[in-house]
Ligand binder design. Structure first.
Ligand code: ZN
Length: 363
């Protein structure tokens, strides 16, 4: 069932959208009673000419809420004692514009257009949204029922479709950071959506590789060929169903890393069929349980949706989810140190075939 969508404005003008599993919830009738300060000053993008990449400078994010007590959680529903970001007394899935955005469509371009001749500056135009998966503060994504995962996917698809039409948006990236080990600043189960004004460095590299592969093979899609090869090899496949396959990439960078890809090439979440959306939840939940089962405790992870870019190169994209953890042993984390941080050259301590076997065994 498609969720019921209703939108309101928070007191500082930011948009909040409820995605409800039942019709006529009436949530949008609750108004934000807080007196919020005006939106923060503009962030900016500076060009790094040495590596041909843009870097976002968003100083206001340094003051954002950091691990508040649970009775002052901004993502819990509003109560009589605490007015949160969500005015309604309950919700299923709620999405709102981040109060401390790295990118925003409210940004007023300032006069600065360059730092030096070699370092142009552009306004941090774009959009940052927070996606609350459940009103239950103590839940985790892995504890949600498949029906809620479906609602989340529908919400992410809705947001991707709308944000993709906003002026200047080059790429829409939904993701979840889980665990203080990853740097999470709010415990409440939530994800985020970043809409960037430029194609990100990772996606730019993937587009270069996909374009070269298409030219070499008479137009074949690189990701589709990689997925087909993994399905044939089987040794790194962790789990699969009729519509999706989960596998450890042959050259995984992280101790535990899985790609979850639909069998049909689609550019982004809005392009998934009902059947594909329904089939995603059970397989993804199974993977999350396997992650937590590896060391018998909640696994810190990053869950990242790779979607096609909005503009040039869109036809080369192939939607997939990249799920990975920095935990490499029960009491050890992988840190991005010299080789990874300074050189971008990853060294993985766990053989991908072994990681796949451990994940298959972790139930
Ligand atoms: Zn909460």
């Amino acid at each position: 069932m498609t969720p019921t969508r209703s939108a309101v404005r928070l007191s500082d003008g930011r948009e909040l959208i409820y995605f409800d599993e039942t019709p006529d919830s009436g949530r949008a009738s609750f108004a934000d009673t807080r007196q919020l300060p005006p939106p923060p000053p503009a962030s900016q993008l500076r060009y790094d000419p040495l590596v041909d990449e843009w870097v976002a400078i968003a100083a206001h994010r340094n003051t954002r809420t950091f691990l508040p007590p649970s009775d002052a959680c901004p993502l819990c529903p509003t109560t009589e004692r605490f007015a949160s970001e969500i005015p309604a007394p309950s919700y299923d899935v709620a999405v709102f514009e981040n109060q401390f955005p790295s990118f925003s469509d409210r940004i007023v371009a300032n006069e600065l257009t360059q730092v030096t001749e070699l370092v142009p500056v552009r306004p941090g135009q774009g959009r940052c949204e927070v996606v609350c998966f459940t009103s239950d503060h103590n839940a985790a994504f892995g504890s949600l029922p498949p029906s809620r995962v479906r609602t989340v996917i529908d919400a992410l698809a809705d947001r991707t479709a709308e944000i993709s039409t906003m002026p200047g948006v080059a790429q829409v990236f939904p993701f979840e950071n889980r665990g203080v080990e990853i740097g999470v600043t709010l415990h409440h189960p939530h994800g985020q959506i970043y809409a960037y004004p430029t194609v990100t460095p990772k996606t730019a590299a993937m587009l270069r590789a996909a374009r070269a592969h298409a030219e070499k093979t008479g137009g074949r899609n690189l990701y589709a060929d990689v997925l087909a090869a993994e399905q044939t090899a089987k040794v790194r496949v962790v789990a699969s169903n009729e519509h999706w396959t989960a596998y450890v990439p042959a050259a995984a960078r992280w101790p535990f890393e899985v790609h979850l890809a639909p069998h049909r090439q689609v550019p982004d979440l809005p392009a998934l069929t009902d059947a594909e959306r329904d089939a995603f939840g059970p397989l993804y939940l199974d993977l999350l349980h396997r992650f937590d089962g590896l060391f018998g405790k909640p696994m810190p992870y990053i869950s990242a949706w790779h979607q096609a870019v909005v503009g040039e190169g869109r036809e080369l994209g192939y939607l997939h989810l990249q799920l990975f953890s920095i935990r490499r042993a029960a009491d050890k984390l992988k840190f991005l140190a010299g080789s990874e941080s300074a050189m971008g050259a990853f060294v993985n301590d766990i053989v991908p075939e072994n990681a796949a076997q451990l994940l298959r065994d972790a139930v």
